[in-house]
Design a protein around this ligand. Structure first.
Ligand code: B1M
Length: 209
């Protein structure tokens, strides 16, 4: 089994203690951080499919997520960084009712690399908390919302519309997450949508340019 296959297998199996060392070994072997990240994202895809098929349950999903998070910690210093200039502050959170944070954390990492100062509101964030964070932080140029569940898509709508209706100005909004589409972003009045963390960083720069 190649080291990349090993990383994928151990993330899938939720081997939290083994994954950081394997990720380091993959880096030492000359694999690009972006490629290692993709292998771990693929592993989570398999985990999701197994959950859908009833082969595994929530605890297994959770330990796989923890293993991936540990691997991402090792990768973080190796991800591309062009943050020479400051593009302003970006507030980000996963919307109310939703506890998924791996995607959010990757998006934060990439938008930060693109030159934003990030404020992470965490998961299960009520709409009003996004509004409060815009008031409490300086130079907010972007508010970013993540949602992973079809059942929390209405919470995305509520949060985007709350910041838009707040009377506060000077920032753009961006949404994303597995069930989200450009059509949905248009429907709820978000300024931008991105399908993954890399394109979220590019879209973020485009929105504030
Ligand atoms: Co959950 N879960 N989960 N889960 N979980 C999914 C999302 C699911 C697709 C699994 C499945 O059924 N196949 C399914 C949702 C189905 C649906 O609604 N259509 C699901 C379900 C049903 C649930 C529960 C309801 C299960 C239950 O309790 N019966 C429950 C809900 C809890 C809640 O939130 N209230 C639940 C719980 C959990 C855990 C807590 C166990 C755990 C999360 C742990 C954590 O995040 N710390 C978990 C996990 C791990 C998953 C899967 C397996 C993996 C998610 C993940 O981290 N993917 C997931 C299946 C899957 O995704 N295939 C699943 C890797 C990550 C890098 O991708 O998060 O998609 P992702 O992020 C991407 C893009 O979406 C995008 O960029 C990211 C990086 O490229 N992106 C943005 C995300 N936010 C963005 C914002 C942007 C732009 C792009 O702009 C601002």
């Amino acid at each position: 089994m190649s080291i990349m296959e090993e990383v994928k297998a151990k993330v899938q199996a939720g081997k939290t203690k083994l994954v950081p060392g394997l990720v380091q070994e993959a880096l030492d072997g000359g694999n690009k951080a972006e490629d290692i990240l993709q292998v771990m994202v693929d592993a989570m895809g398999v985990v999701g499919d197994k959950f859908s098929a009833g082969e595994i349950f929530v605890p297994e999903m959770l330990i796989a997520a923890k293993a991936m998070a540990k691997g991402v910690e090792v990768l973080k210093p190796h991800m591309a960084n062009d943050s020479a200039s400051s593009l302003g502050t970006c507030i980000m959170g996963t919307v109310a009712g939703d506890l998924h944070d791996i995607g959010k954390n990757l998006v934060i990492m990439m938008i930060e690399s693109a030159g934003f100062k990030m404020v992470d509101l965490g998961v299960d964030v009520p709409a009003q908390k996004f509004v409060d964070a815009i008031k409490e932080n300086e130079n907010v140029k972007l508010v970013a919302f993540s949602g992973l569940l079809t059942t929390t898509m209405p919470a995305l709508k509520e949060a985007v519309q709350a910041v838009k209706a707040s009377g506060l100005t000077g920032f753009k909004t961006i949404i994303g997450g597995a069930p989200v589409t450009q059509e949905y972003a248009d429907e709820i009045g978000a300024d931008g949508y991105a399908p993954d963390a890399g394109s979220a960083a590019m879209k973020a720069k485009e929105l504030v340019a």
